[in-house]
Every structure is written in C-alpha cells, then in structure tokens.
Design a protein around this ligand. Structure first.
Ligand code: FA5
Length: 339
C-alpha cells in the first residue's frame, strides 16, 4: 500500500468512527487511539524512513494536512460534547441551592381585606371606586365650588385633560354612587387618594382612605348609629377596647360635620397623641341634604351619614409605625414584618 492510500484510509477511518461516537468517554478513547505516541497517526511516520527524498516532501505536506484537520475535527467534537456533559458534571451537588423568595401581599392589601371583612360583619358592602375623577364629583357636587376656600384643604393633583383629577378623597364617589343606587344601602369605598403636599412622618402624597356611606329610612341611620358603627369597627380593627370622641368640625358635604378621635394606647400621653391621650382618626357627619339631592335621593324619607379615615394612620397606631413614608418605600426590611 502506498503512503497516499494509507493517509486517505486513516482519514476515512477517523471520520467514520467519529460519526458513531456517543459520548465524551468514547471520544477520548478514539482521540487516544489516533494521537498517542504509538497511535495510528504516528504509525504513518514510518514513511519518513522508507521514502526517497523527493517523495518525503510531498508525504510531509499531506501528513501535516491530515494531522491539522484531525486536530480541528476533534476540537469541534469536544466542544459539542462538553456543552452537554461537562455542564452536568459542573454541578456540585453539595452546594446550597439558589435562594428563592416567595412574594407576598403588601401590608396595605392585607389590611384592606381585613377591613372589608370587618365592615361586612357590620352590614356594609365594599364597592370599587375610580381613582381618576371629575372636578365635579370631587368638589362641586360636594358643596365645594371653585371659589370655595375649603378647596385649599385638598391640595389637588390635576390631570392635563380639563376637568379631571386624581381624587383627593374617597368622598368623590359619594354622588356617583347615590345617583346610581336606590336606598337603603350601607357601603364602603376603600382605595388610594392623592394630595399634592409636602411629606413628613404623618403625611404622604398618596395614601388610602376608607369611606363609609349609609343612607336609610329616617329616623334610622343617625349620628348615634354612626358612633356605634365606628366604635365597633375600631374595636374589631385594633382588637381592644376603644373610646370614641366626636368633636364638631367642618366639611362642606356633611351637616353637622365631625372630627372623630379615638383613645390613645398610651396611659399618660405619648408623641402619637401629642400628649392629649386622643388621636384624630377620621372625618364624619350626616350627609348634607344638597349632596343627597344631587344623588336624586328623597331627603324627606331618607337620611345618611358618611365617614372617611386614613388607612395608613390606622396602621401606624396599630403596629407602632413611626413614619408613614415606610409604606411606599419598597424597603423589604419593613414589608417583610407583615407578610
Ligand atoms: C377627608 O378627606 C374627608 N373626605 C373625610 C370625610 C368623609 C369627612 C366623609 C366627612 C364625611 P381629611 O382631609 O381630614 O378628610 O382626611 C381624612 C383622613 O385621611 C384624615 O383623618 C387622615 O387620617 C387621613 N389623611 C389626610 N391627609 C393625609 C396625608 N397627607 N397622609 C396620610 N393620611 C392623611
């Protein structure tokens, strides 16, 4: 057999064997068989001793060509098998696995659910309400026309489209609800409200309110019932006895208007209650007859009360949270306490 035939045969042999290789082990065995010191490739070197000088040169060229080609083919094959098998071998089974954090609901969502359950026990249904509302619903229909100084109480975030705004209070849904529903009803609207004001530990620009609205036949649904409902709610929410204090106040959409205080958890006064032993917690009152009329309610037959309180402020008292800004901070150290 001449040298060219032997070179061709070896090439064919290797290609055929490589085509059948299944895994890295078989590949390594074949590589050894070809490239080891006395392997199939070195066997060909015998021609260097046999051939005449002029043929040696041609043989050398072909020999090197084959050697380079086989090395390249083996490298490529190794790359393919590495990706499948060495990756698997890379796994060190004694290593701790990656930590997975299960998500959980935010304290605000959890507490909203609890509050809805408590009010359900008191006969109130929870109603969805929009966050983008008209100027009329947020102000005018609640006896706060554009020239009214009370508008300054609610620093408003306006939307470019004329007449729309981010609701400054959940009371914005009073008239739309009254218009579309026939009494008697007891409902709560719970959700985000927005105010363009400087933040501090008790004020946020976005917070949540719980609005209660009850409209029933006279003489039911009076201030006495309002006080009873609030007391029951606060006692169930805080899971302790609570004293309620109602003080005269002014909101244009209720008459009379009230500020609701609850007794503080401290004994001798603290920073929370500014050493007064009472904490201001909500606004409330009997729904103004003009508001009821805008909602097409017969004011001779029906009367109503409404209240609105800040959810974050309730939670600050309940869980002793010193700063309202924690709620939206996204700080996991805070959030995880309540998941
Ligand atoms: C109102 O928003 C009235 N709509 C409440 C109301 C409803 C009165 C029905 C009468 C009848 P006020 O602006 O006081 O009222 O807000 C109500 C509660 O929201 C406050 O008692 C307080 O708990 C909370 N609150 C007000 N401003 C902020 C703020 N910037 N950050 C966090 N909580 C706030």
């Amino acid at each position: 057999m001449n040298w060219l035939e032997e070179i061709t045969n070896l090439r064919n042999y290797v290609l055929e064997r490589l085509g059948k290789v299944q895994d890295r082990k078989e590949l390594d065995e074949l590589k050894l068989e070809i490239f080891k010191r006395k392997g199939k490739l070195s066997e060909l070197k015998k021609f260097f001793d046999i051939l005449k000088d002029e043929e040696k040169k041609n043989f050398g060229l072909k020999f090197n060509e084959l050697k380079n080609e086989l090395e390249r083919i083996f490298k490529e094959k190794e790359r393919q098998t590495t990706s499948r098998e060495e990756k698997f071998l890379d796994v060190i089974f004694s290593f701790p696995s990656k930590k997975f954090y299960l998500g959980s609901q935010h304290i605000i969502s959890l507490e909203q659910k609890r509050i809805i359950e408590i009010f359900a026990k008191l006969g109130f249904s929870a109603i969805d309400s929009p966050e983008v509302v008209s100027e009329k619903d947020n102000f005018d229909y609640l006896n706060i026309p554009s020239y009214h100084p009370a508008r300054d109480l609610w620093n408003t975030i306006w939307i470019k489209k004329k007449g729309l705004l981010l609701r400054t209070h959940t009371s914005a849904y009073q008239v739309p609800y009254l218009k579309n529903n026939f009494p008697p009803f007891r409902v709560i609207f719970i959700g985000k409200v927005f105010r363009f004001e400087a933040t501090d530990r008790r004020h946020e620009i976005q917070f949540n309110q719980i609005e209660g609205l009850s409209v029933v036949k006279r003489p039911e649904g009076n201030l006495g019932e309002l006080k009873g409902v609030l007391k029951e709610f606060f006692e169930m929410f805080f899971e302790r006895k609570v004293k309620i204090r109602l003080r005269p106040s002014y909101f244009p959409f209720v008459e009379p208007g009230l500020e609701v205080d609850i007794s503080c958890f401290c004994k001798n006064g603290c920073e929370f209650c500014s050493f007064t032993k009472y904490i201001e917690i909500a606004g409330a009152g009997m729904v103004h007859p003009d508001v009821l009329k805008r909602g097409k309610i017969d004011t001779l037959t029906f009367q109503g009360y409404a209240f609105g309180c800040g959810l974050e402020r309730l939670l600050m008292i309940k869980y002793n949270i010193p700063d309202i800004r924690y709620f939206l901070s996204g700080d996991l150290r805070f959030i995880k306490n309540f998941s």
